[in-house]
Design a protein around this ligand. Structure first.
Ligand SMILES: NC(=O)C1=CN([C@@H]2O[C@H](COP(=O)(O)OP(=O)(O)OC[C@H]3O[C@@H](n4cnc5c(N)ncnc54)[C@H](O)[C@@H]3O)[C@@H](O)[C@H]2O)C=CC1
Ligand SMILES: CC(C)CC(=O)C(=O)O
Ligand SMILES: [Mg+2]
Length: 346
């Protein structure tokens, strides 16, 4: 049966990388995978069209989709408006119950020269950050600021923590059976509960080696000993920050993809980066993060493993052969990279 993919291109470089990724999917999937793509306004683009970042029709289309692809949202144009693109993104994540954001970092030999870190510090790196996505500081109430004071609230329930921690243990079972839980249990009440629950749940997974690290030390260890990590589980804000930091390992934010899994609905796939307003419209964005997000969708939502492997392999081969886009030190424009990749797929 034809699968229905909802595409939310969003703002900044979102439309550029979405167009490239969808063209590549169309070429690679011919005769192998039947799908249709329907596009809806979201983020700043939706504010421009209808005045709000998450229109009702967009949300309904997402709820009825088999999978959702998101480019990126946000930009200086919408700073200070009442409902921002970012508030639309948080509302979408909450409405779709996207509780788990999986952010893999996998080193490739040819990327060693692109990494600002020494090759022996990054060789063999292959980990997944499992970031809790609908709790913590981004959602806790009260949340407000005035000119004298600002308040954000961090709160997690046992249920929320158990859900994400269990998913991380299950993922570790399919990999190298090592789980690193990142928290700040020396200071934060939320982290004390988090650590306690990780300990409890670990008893159900005796084959998985568990370590607990404070987030500050984890930031250092990511740069000094990245290959030692397998599955990293952490709360929303820590996961957001650590995953951008992880992009230093492979050499560019434009390489990292993610999957956001729902409790009971369709999953959403998006690059880990934002809308990169500084390079929007210049045809220099790296589309690989979006292309690899499409690969995650093919595997996770549609079990199209061979097709995903084919696109992923061709993507890495294209970077290795051409040097890739400028963020990787290469010369290719976004559209040129896409064309080179399409040549390999045809
Ligand atoms: N999921 C989403 O849609 C996210 C949206 N944002 C929003 O994006 C906007 C910009 O945020 P920034 O802090 O500038 O973060 P950003 O991730 O958009 O950009 C950070 C730096 O990385 C570069 N970069 C990012 N993606 C790239 C790519 N594919 N190819 C080449 N270079 C790339 C940018 O040019 C910039 O120099 C803000 O409005 C922010 O709230 C931020 C993170 C996630
Ligand atoms: C724009 C924020 C709401 C989220 C973010 O930075 C992210 O999901 O990586
Ligand atoms: Mg982020």
């Amino acid at each position: 049966m034809t699968k229905r993919i909802v595409a939310l291109a969003g703002d900044g470089i979102g439309p550029e990388i979405m167009t490239s990724a969808l063209e590549i999917l169309a070429v690679a999937s011919k005769g192998k995978f039947a799908y249709e793509v329907v596009s809806f306004p979201f983020g700043g683009a939706a504010i421009e069209q209808v005045g709000i970042p998450l229109p009702q029709e967009t949300l309904m289309a997402c709820q009825q989709a088999d999978a959702i692809l998101l480019g990126a949202i946000g930009g200086p144009r919408w700073e200070g408006v009442k409902e921002t693109p970012e508030s639309g993104l948080l509302a979408l994540r909450q409405a779709l119950k996207l509780y788990a954001n999986l952010r893999p970092t996998k080193m490739q030999t040819f990327l060693e020269e692109k990494s600002p870190l020494k090759a022996d510090k990054v060789r063999g790196t292959d980990f997944v950050i499992v970031r809790e996505l609908i709790g913590g500081l981004y959602f806790g109430q009260p949340k407000y600021y005035d000119s004298d004071e600002a308040i954000d609230t961090m709160n997690y329930t046992r249920k929320q923590i158990e859900q994400i921690v269990r998913l991380a243990f299950e993922l570790a079972l399919t990999r190298r059976q090592k789980l690193t839980s990142v928290d700040k249990a020396n200071v934060l009440a939320n982290s004390k509960l988090w650590r306690q629950i990780v300990q409890e749940v670990s008893e159900e997974y005796p084959s998985v080696e568990v370590e607990h690290i404070y987030v500050d030390a984890a930031a250092m260890k990511l740069m000094m000993a990245a290959p030692t990590f397998d599955v990293i589980v952490t709360e929303n804000l820590f996961g957001d920050i650590l995953s951008d930091q992880a992009s230093v390992i492979t050499g560019s934010l434009g390489l990292l993809a993610s999957a956001s899994l729902s409790i009971d609905g369709p999953a959403l796939y998006e690059p880990i980066h934002g809308s990169a307003p500084d390079i929007a419209g210049l045809n220099i964005a790296n589309p690989v993060s979006m292309i690899l997000s499409v690969c995650m969708m093919l595997r996770q939502s549609f079990q199209q493993i061979a097709l995903a492997d084919q696109i992923e392999t061709a993507t890495y081969e294209t970077i290795a052969a051409t040097g890739g886009t400028r963020d990787l030190g290469g010369q290719l424009m976004t559209s040129e990279f896409k064309q080179e990749l399409i040549k390999r797929l045809e």
